[in-house]
Design a protein around this ligand. Structure first.
Ligand code: SF4
Ligand code: SF4
Length: 114
């Protein structure tokens, strides 16, 4: 999937679309290494009742790797193992209802640069 598609850039003016480079998220993700802490999730929902009342549920859209999903029972599920630690959910949940800490030392995502 192209990141530009995911962010709906096809709705942007044509001249702006042409100035954007295509970025393939999947190509970038395969360069990452994950050290998953199975014993201590670093992300969690503080209160599912607040999520139930959250009309637009923006967490289903702002996470670049789809960590948040809506379960059949209407609760928000958190696949913290896939988190790339971009920090968006610290500011984008309108009810600050997402608990977020950095993974413990030795765990989390490792980026390869260059
Ligand atoms: S945006 Fe926040 S409050 Fe709304 S559903 Fe997602 S986690 Fe819950
Ligand atoms: S920090 Fe970024 S990648 Fe991780 S769950 Fe939040 S929005 Fe998704």
């Amino acid at each position: 999937m192209k990141r530009n598609d995911a962010f709906g850039t096809r709705e942007l003016p044509e001249e702006l679309q042409e100035s954007l480079q295509d970025v393939y998220v999947d190509d970038l993700l395969v360069t990452l290494k994950y050290f998953v802490d199975e014993n201590q999730p670093h992300l969690w929902i503080e209160d599912q009742d607040i999520c139930a009342r959250c009309q637009h549920k923006p967490c289903l859209y702002f996470c670049p790797v789809n960590v948040y999903s809506l379960a059949y029972d209407g609760t928000i599920q958190v696949s913290y193992q896939a988190c790339v630690e971009c920090g968006s959910c610290r500011v984008a949940c309108p009810y600050t209802n997402i608990g977020w800490v950095l993974p413990r030392g030795g765990y989390g995502v490792a980026y390869k640069f260059g």
